[in-house]
Write a protein that binds this ligand. Structure first.
Ligand code: IMP
Length: 201
């Protein structure tokens, strides 16, 4: 089993990525598991000062590579809402303030969309893989819309207010398996795994 460092402290993301790697293995690739920053004894706050999610993903991967010299990947995710001109976008994590509170973030989005009919939105993830001293980028996107209220208790972050176009349920109402078959994170991860497979041949 090959292990790869995931430059994040977000346990939800690590769990989802490992679930995807296990459930949706892409034979004949060797099994891969990911570990977070605690495995490196890294307790630093990772930089996230870019003006795009790709820049943020790159900053995080570069930081971990510079400090620990290991191949790794990082990801940054944004929720892009059409009626809000693409906000929260790169500010998704701290949309309602620096405390990065998921409930407050969702409340702010729901408030801003009160009475708004066009609720179309998308989650976008960019993964930045640092390998052989070079960065490679992989993007995953899922189209959907913002519900009128929070629904469901699964998932994390904005999942209770986002419904993918392929379902009438929120991401938080889907099982982890259902979310992980269609999510932005799954789509970016598939591209990264294919790249790792072909570049190692
Ligand atoms: P970051 O990529 O860790 O900076 O996270 C950006 C923001 O998006 C945070 O508020 C996360 O909770 C949220 N987020 C990231 N991935 C997901 C997801 O799969 N579903 C819902 N919210 C997410």
């Amino acid at each position: 089993m090959k292990s790869l460092t995931f430059a994040t402290r977000n346990e939800h993301k690590i769990k989802e990525v490992n679930q995807i790697l296990k459930k949706f293995a892409f034979p004949p690739q060797p099994a891969i598991s990911v570990t977070g920053l605690q495995a490196l004894n890294c307790f630093d706050e990772l930089p996230e000062t870019g003006s795009t999610i790709a820049e943020n993903a790159a900053q995080k991967a570069q930081f971990v590579f510079d400090k620990f010299g290991v191949d790794c990947f990082a990801e940054d995710t944004g929720l892009f809402i059409d009626a809000l001109d693409g906000r929260p976008g790169v500010d998704t994590a701290h949309y309602a303030g620096p405390e990065r509170d998921a409930q407050k973030n969702m409340d702010k989005v729901l408030r801003e969309l009160t009475g708004v009919r066009n609720r179309s939105a998308r989650f976008k993830t960019v993964m930045a893989l640092m390998t052989n001293r070079r960065l490679h980028f992989f993007e995953g996107l899922v189209e959907g819309s913002i519900l009128h209220q929070k629904s469901g208790i699964g998932g994390f972050g904005y999942d209770p207010i986002f419904t993918p176009t392929t379902s009438h349920l929120s991401f938080a109402q889907l099982t982890a398996e259902e979310k992980n078959k269609i999510s932005h994170r799954y789509r970016a991860l598939v591209k990264m795994i294919r790249f790792l497979t072909f570049s190692s041949k």
